[in-house]
Design a protein. Structure first.
Length: 540
């Protein structure tokens, strides 16, 4: 039976999505009011910002500053997020504008999760879809990994926004239950799907893994319903929009000598990494507590302490998946399971365990949790008028227990959010300690003898706060460093010394540190956290 929604019904369904946006924005505001954090974290966030500035200067024909740490010829990532950073100048100067734009996208994502659940679970009641969408969107918002990177100047959450927008548009263009919608509307949704998915890949190449669940969805849908041929006009339009969205990257590649960051990722990928605890890559050797396959495939389901989902959600996730199977929603089952498994297996072959990679498939998990939560709520509601019916009473009590567990899971998730954002704020304090130590080492300085430093791991942050010329062990070789240190002025080395003898041993970066010790006379200034500051006493 085809259900025709009135305008009032559509507004009634969309309104909770707005509630999720307002709620997520409120959580972000609370976190930023409580913790001193400016969105700049680690090396990558600074790199995104300064690479975007270099790209803007290149586009506008402005010269690059002397001794610039970043330039428009050395990007290691696709330029999509750089374009977001440039567009963020509409919201404010400096990195603040780009940060605000990222925060806006972060606030919108729980609403997209809500809409995707409603589109996938079309066979149920509007009330169940609303309840499930609210639970799924809420679980997304109180996940530590999502929120910590959502409030950072990083590409992961913006890429997820475009991926989810593309997925929702795709499901609107090709609904599991074919309806006599306006063909022009379907074509518009197809174009939106292709454009948004292209934007996701433009921001992070890894977003291309989302094509696996979408293809699984289409294959099951077509086999089940005997619908139109795969390469119909809608799909061609989506493909054309996808290509158009990638044109900025094509133009950049044709006119610039880009870096090889993703080439390094692919060269380090190895099936053996799936089951290994000790892995070796261009970034040295690292030993983890668990094999990669456990970290990527299982941890996101049961480990709120590391910023993932709580194990208290597991019964709802199982109930949600079982509900889709019982209702024979096979396209939805195929999409959600492959959305979880394909990225998890791909990332397990990488030689590192990055929490932010899990964001690529976290929505699939919270959608199943949301469906399970909606079923539990419906069972509790059925129990109320049927208290004398033992079966309804039993199911209602069990469902109520599941909802109590879900509340505990949400509480664990929120505690994880606070802990991780607090960790980011503490790291900012450590950064300032290193900056203060470096400034005390060089003294007042002068305009004609500006301090220069070579660093590792914290180069971008030091350069951002001091505005001193800088070079990084990871990028520049011995000849470049020697040339950089020529001339008057204080010269420093800042690095995590212990890890240079362990993780980074026998890597080019570790070898450069040994070369520095052999060719320069160094005086230890002090330590801040894991970092040590050395002053160079004589010329090479």
């Amino acid at each position: 039976m085809i259900v025709r929604h009135s305008q009032h019904g559509i507004l009634h369904y969309i309104a909770p999505a707005g509630l999720l946006v307002v709620g997520c924005a409120g959580l972000i505001a609370y976190l930023l009011a409580r913790f001193p954090y400016d969105g700049l974290y680690g090396q990558d966030s600074y790199a995104y910002y300064y690479q975007a500035l270099a790209l803007r200067q290149d586009i506008t024909g402005q010269p690059q500053p002397p001794w610039s740490l970043f330039n428009s010829q050395s990007f290691r990532w696709p330029i999509g997020y750089h374009l977001h950073v440039i567009a963020g100048s509409f919201f404010g100067d400096g990195h603040a504008g780009a940060w605000v734009l990222t925060l806006i996208l972060t606030a919108l994502i729980p609403a997209l999760v809500y809409l995707i659940l409603g589109q996938l679970w079309e066979g149920t009641s509007p009330r169940a879809r609303i309840i499930g969408g609210l639970i799924a969107g809420g679980a997304m918002a109180v996940t530590g990994t999502y929120m910590r990177f959502g409030i950072s100047l990083m590409a992961d959450v913006p890429a997820l926004f475009w991926a989810l927008l593309g997925t929702y548009s795709f499901l609107k263009a090709w609904p599991a239950r074919e309806q006599p919608n306006d063909k022009r509307s379907n074509m518009a949704w197809a174009a939106a799907a292709g454009g948004a998915l292209g934007m996701a890949v433009l921001v992070r190449y890894g977003s291309v893994v989302l094509f696996v669940p979408l293809l699984a969805y289409m294959a099951i849908r077509r086999r089940q319903s005997r619908l139109e041929t795969v390469w119909g006009p809608k799909l061609w339009l989506a493909f054309a929009a996808f290509v158009v969205a990638l044109l900025p990257e094509v133009l950049y590649t044709l006119t610039h000598a880009s870096g090889a960051g993703y080439g390094a990722f692919l060269s380090d990928w190895n099936v053996a990494n799936l089951f290994s605890r000790t892995v070796t890559s261009n970034d040295g050797t690292a030993t983890f507590d668990y094999p990669n396959i456990v970290f990527y495939l299982l941890f996101p389901l049961v480990n709120a302490g590391t910023g993932f989902l709580s194990y208290f959600y597991l019964p709802l996730l199982a109930l949600g998946l079982a509900t889709l199977i019982r209702e024979r929603e096979w396209p939805a089952v195929g999409l959600l399971l492959s959305w979880w498994l394909a990225p998890a297996l791909m990332f397990s072959g990488a030689p590192y365990q990055a929490h932010r990679f899990v964001l690529a498939y976290l929505p699939a998990l919270v959608v199943m949790i949301g469906i399970g939560g909606a079923v539990a709520v419906e069972l509790v509601l059925k129990m109320i008028p049927s208290r004398r019916e033992s079966r309804a009473l039993l199911f209602g009590i069990l469902a109520a227990l599941l909802l109590v567990l879900a509340c505990l899971g949400a509480y664990q998730g929120w505690r994880s959010v606070e802990q991780w954002v607090g960790m980011h704020a503490a790291f900012k304090v450590e950064e300032q300690g290193i900056v203060s130590l470096a400034r005390s080492a060089v003294g007042p300085g002068s305009a004609d003898a500006q301090p220069r430093f070579v660093s590792f791991g914290i180069t971008s942050a030091l350069s951002h706060y001091t505005h001193w010329p800088a070079r990084d062990f990871y990028i520049y070789d011995e000849t470049a460093i020697q040339s950089f240190f020529e001339g008057p002025g204080p010269r420093l080395i800042v690095l995590p010394e212990a890890s240079m003898y362990s993780q980074w041993k026998d890597t080019p970066s570790g070898e450069r540190w040994l070369w520095m010790r052999e060719h320069y006379s160094l005086t230890k200034v002090g330590e801040s956290g894991v970092y040590t500051v050395y002053e160079i006493d004589d010329a090479p």
